[in-house]
Design a protein around this ligand. Sequence first.
Ligand SMILES: NC(=O)c1ccc[n+]([C@@H]2O[C@H](COP(=O)([O-])OP(=O)(O)OC[C@H]3O[C@@H](n4cnc5c(N)ncnc54)[C@H](O)[C@@H]3O)[C@@H](O)[C@H]2O)c1
Length: 334
Amino acid sequence: MEVDVVLRVGIIGTGNMGADHARTLAGSVARVDVVAVTDVATERAEEVARELPGDVRVMSDAYALIQDADVDGVIITSHDSTHRDYVLGCVAAGKPVMCEKPLAPTVAECEEVVAAEQAAGGGLISLGFMRRFDPGYVEMKEAIATGTIGAPLRITGVSRGVASYPGTTSESSVVNSAIHELDVIPWLLQSPITAVNWQAPRASGLIEEGLQDPQLILLRTSDGVLTSVDVFLNDRYGYDVRCEVLGEQGAISLVEPVRTVSDLALARSTRYPADWRLRFADAYRRELQAWVDAVLAQAPTPLATAADGLTAARAAEAVITSMHEDGRWVEVGR
Ligand SMILES: NC(=O)c1ccc[n+]([C@@H]2O[C@H](COP(=O)([O-])OP(=O)(O)OC[C@H]3O[C@@H](n4cnc5c(N)ncnc54)[C@H](O)[C@@H]3O)[C@@H](O)[C@H]2O)c1
């Protein structure tokens, strides 16, 4: 007789992503229970715990949550600057962990995490680069791999949001936001980024002084493809992620998933999502289910790994070097 096995998960950081993952786990992911949550803002953790089914413990110490005998796996959705410490805590405790991107804001921290995981025998860390689970990106990857559009030549990407978080800097725009592109482009092409280039027009006059927004990032991959990514975190009109791959025989593009179209006052229109949670809801659900299934089966993670996080961090650091050095081409170290 098959016994129902359930993964008992603790969540560190119950802001936008932590709360969203908690709801997705509770409502749409099989064989998992959220059993504990923590946040430096305790009231946020309490609010999320109240929303969830069952008896969810609100813990005041993230390390106590990591070490708790009733927590089988940990999800880290706290601020980027906390990822290194909490992931290292999970590795030390031998707990599987799904950490939101980025693995850590700097290459040095990522290297430290990768080395610690290797020293512990490997296989504990999964990283939340959810675009790898978005049905649109998956279909594009298949089309490229099977040669449907011929050999790829150019990728044109757009990554825009309504308004950036307070405290966003030109550098954190790369490490926190453009990092998705730095992971998904080499993943789509199965070809590593070899060189990057950063350019910018004048900054939008509607945002905090000092933040360079928009930014234009160019990526060369070892297959000879040139990618441009237009990053604008304060577009004011909607969350907008686009990607077109142009090949020798055709092109393939993401289509914004929409459910309805309005016809009104001589115009036809669709709506933009306000942020990433609705746009990538399906990707988050598929990613979390894949993580739960792999942990329960003690199988290698199908998510991005710590090594993938380090690779993306190296590309991000090269982009920031280009930003600081007059937009010159910068080679990406390995
Ligand atoms: N994969 C994606 O699409 C995606 C999208 C958005 C954010 N993220 C990532 O998810 C993480 C959270 O982002 P968010 O948008 O939810 O931000 P948020 O500001 O809404 O939430 C972060 C939470 O972390 C808590 N926190 C901060 N320091 C902490 C600490 N030391 N210990 C415990 N809790 C702490 C804050 O109080 C806050 O509630 C970030 O790393 C971000 O880069 C990923």
